[in-house]
Design a protein around this ligand. Structure first.
Ligand SMILES: [Zn+2]
Length: 110
């Protein structure tokens, strides 16, 4: 009886060990917004989201990402509100999708 109890404990061990051994680096960048193309653009208006890239209003104006006749418009995931700044749009989008306006990067290694 005692032995089988011990066995059960051992079965549950590997999982918790894995959890404590995995090493996560969490970096919180806070409410930082930068265009993934030009690294600026916080105060421009509008912007788009293409995949994981947030692109500011200026870059959209130059490359027409936010235009319906843009060659690859099917790759554009979100066209942000042009009445709001790129910064506001990205923060709102972040809040809607993650529940936080902070840019949090989690790098998990083992
Ligand atoms: Zn830009």
């Amino acid at each position: 009886m005692v032995e089988s109890k011990k066995e059960n404990q051992n079965i549950s061990l590997p999982l918790s060990e894995r959890e404590t051994n995995s090493h996560s680096e969490v970096t919180n960048y806070g409410e930082v917004v930068a265009c993934d193309f030009c690294n600026y653009g916080e105060e421009t208006y509008g912007g788009v989201l293409i995949g994981s890239y947030a692109i500011c209003g200026d870059c959209c104006d130059k490359n027409h990402y936010d235009k319906p006749n843009y060659e690859y418009s099917n790759e554009v995931d979100v066209i942000f509100d042009k009445d709001k700044t790129f910064r506001d749009n990205v923060l709102n989008y972040r809040y809607k999708t993650t529940g936080s306006k902070d840019a949090i990067q989690i790098i998990t290694g083992f």
